[in-house]
Design a protein. Structure first.
Length: 616
């Protein structure tokens, strides 16, 4: 069959608005220009003439065209039918386009390049009605038989004749809007032809030949007679000879009657395009079919198809398409507040414009917000994506300042953030730990967002030197620059006023010192003193007071003269002129606490020694 079609021409290049998903590899744009038509097109069959030879030769398309698909958005498949000429420079493909708006230019896409694809070309789905009478029986999903005609289906041909009076078959599909009915048949007798009839009735019209040429009769039923409605369709001859011809009829509803807008014998290139209303009957929609008067009036039908009609044909052009870049910033996400996020628009070598006007492929982000980028590739095709980035708070961890504690005490470290996860440097996993040894302690705290923070504390432990040194009756603490309180070990009571570094026992006993230093306190071991009262027999010649003293001491002697102060080892500390009968003040604050002796310097003197106890 040869049909009138609109041309399709390969022109320039456009950017494809959708992304072809693997394994499909290639595409072309089909531009449907309906800009001069005030009528919208619905489920309209568009005829494309496409060079499939070139892509098949390049290995881009399957040799049988099984990978060809059509879509408006790369995801929905449109019905189509490859009519002829696969692997040629002028392959004809019908595509059923869901809608084309009035006065507009729409685009659908041919997608191909999947070597594993199977053919889905289907004429039944593409056309409103399609039958080539393959098989061995009439397809009753498409046709209803009226009356008792004689018919057979064989070898792609329907043989049909009447049996009694005006039997016919009619389509199960009904039509309201204008359609193009294209059929191929041959007559053996004059009373066989194409039928147009009203839905749900036997009221119909048959295009057949009378003695005067091609005309139209109207028939009210399948048993009664018929009458001529139109004696002739000028210039559209019909022959009784069994020669097949292609016929094209454009018909639709004009209010409540069927209107034939055009009737053509394509094989002889004769047309009648004067609109004719078939107004004997009326209805709201119509069917198509074939009718025969009686036995002997035979017809043979090879094919019929019905497609949508448009008085103004849209212009069809083909364009190469360039793919938009694939831009994927990922799904919206959140990270921890101390993170630096790098967003990558991909498509190396393209040009970029971020919402902050950055033109780099990547964007470093450290504040919450929605970020978007437009990427333009070398084909000037652009794509945009956006992502919302959130920043979750870190846990606040503060173990405090570096700390010194006293030996024997402990420090409680608290990582706070109740309910979080904890890992201490000593592998503890509790919120708090108690520490008493010097060292560096740290903790990692992980909150419910999975965010971590850490802190460290240096712990020092201060130990007081609680040892003492004993010199005769004097006990001295070895801890310098401290505070002291001496105590009597027999009753564990402090000795009033004894707060110096050294203590000189006035009586025999056991003594210790409480030392306070750097905020810490410790006590020395008890020291026993047993030598108080051991004096020279001649000590009665001296009256020394106060004794012990802090270094200021009065000495009364019975014999005037020079006297020396010596230590326990006999070393001379100082020499003084003393007078009898009066108190002599000795200032001995410069010497260390301890026990000293005073004696007269004169050789051969019978004066003994007096004991002086210095206690500071």
């Amino acid at each position: 069959m040869a049909f009138i079609s609109s041309g399709s021409v390969l022109t320039g290049q456009i950017c494809m608005p959708c992304q072809i998903n693997a394994p499909w590899q290639h595409s072309k744009a089909i531009i449907i220009d309906n800009s001069t038509n005030t009528n919208a097109l619905t489920n309209y069959q568009v005829l494309l003439t496409i060079d499939t030879q070139t892509p098949i030769g390049l290995g881009e398309m399957n040799p049988d065209g099984s990978d060809v698909r059509f879509s408006t958005d790369c995801s929905n498949d449109l019905y189509y039918w490859i009519e002829s000429g696969i692997n040629t420079a002028s392959t004809q493909i019908w595509v059923k386009v869901p809608s084309v708006a009035s006065n507009s230019i729409d685009t659908v896409y041919m997608i191909y390049g999947n070597s594993a694809a199977t053919a889905v070309s289907n004429a039944d789905s593409t056309f409103d009605l399609y039958d080539t009478f393959d098989g061995s029986s009439l397809d009753l999903t498409k046709w209803e038989v009226r009356g008792v005609p004689i018919y057979t289906v064989s070898g792609g041909e329907l043989y049909f004749s009447g049996n009694s009076n005006w039997e016919y078959i009619r389509s199960n599909v009904n039509f309201t809007q204008p359609v193009v009915i294209e059929e191929n048949h041959s007559n053996v007798g004059p009373s066989f032809g194409l039928v147009l009839g009203y839905t749900g009735t036997d009221s119909r019209y048959t295009f057949r030949e009378g003695s005067f040429g091609l005309g139209c009769t109207y028939d009210p039923d399948v048993s009664g007679g018929n009458a001529w409605l139109d004696d002739t369709y000028p210039g559209v001859p019909l022959s009784y000879t069994p020669v097949y011809s292609d016929y094209s009829v454009v018909a639709g509803m004009n209010a409540t009657v069927i209107q034939v807008q055009e009737f053509c014998n394509i094989s002889t290139s004769n047309c009648n395009n004067v609109p004719t209303d078939l107004n004997t009957f009326n209805g709201s929609s119509f069917y198509v079919g074939f009718s025969s008067y009686s036995a002997g009036y035979e017809g043979y039908v090879r094919s019929i198809r019905v497609r949508k009609h448009s008085a103004i044909l849209p212009t069809i052009t083909l364009e190469n398409v360039a793919q938009h870049p694939v831009v994927d910033l990922g799904v919206d996400f959140s990270v921890c507040a101390d993170s630096l996020v790098t967003l990558d628009a991909g498509n190396a070598g393209a040009t970029y414009v971020w919402n902050n006007l950055s033109t780099n492929q990547t964007l470093n982000v450290n504040t919450a917000g929605t970020y978007h980028v437009t990427v333009t590739n070398g084909a000037s095709c652009s794509a945009t994506d956006s992502v919302a980035v959130g920043f979750n708070p870190l846990p606040v961890v503060n173990l405090g300042v570096d700390t010194t504690i006293c030996n024997g005490s402990s420090l409680l470290l608290n990582a706070q953030n109740t309910g979080a996860d904890y890992l201490w440097s000593n592998n503890a996993t509790s919120q708090t730990i108690s520490v008493s040894t010097p060292g560096n302690y740290s903790v990692i705290v992980t909150n419910s967002f999975g965010c971590e923070n850490t802190d460290t504390l240096d712990l020092n432990v201060f130990t007081i030197d609680n040892t003492t040194t004993t010199n005769s009756l004097t006990i001295t603490s070895n801890a310098a620059f401290a505070n002291y309180q001496w105590l009597n070990c027999s009753n564990n009571q402090p000795i009033a006023g004894e707060t110096n570094m050294s203590y000189t026992a006035a009586i025999n006993g056991s003594y210790a010192v409480i030392i306070s230093q750097m905020g810490c306190t410790d006590t020395s071991a008890c020291v026993s003193i047993n030598s108080v009262g051991v004096e020279n027999n001649e000590v009665s010649e001296f009256h020394i007071y106060p004794n012990p003293s802090n270094g200021s001491v009065f000495v009364e002697v019975t014999v005037s003269g020079k006297y020396q102060v010596i230590d326990m080892m006999g070393k001379i500390i100082s020499i003084h002129q003393l007078y009898s009968g009066t108190p002599n003040l000795l200032e001995l604050q410069h010497i260390l606490p301890g026990v000293y002796f005073i004696q007269k310097l004169d050789e051969g003197s019978s004066v003994g020694k007096g004991k002086i106890v210095i206690s500071k």
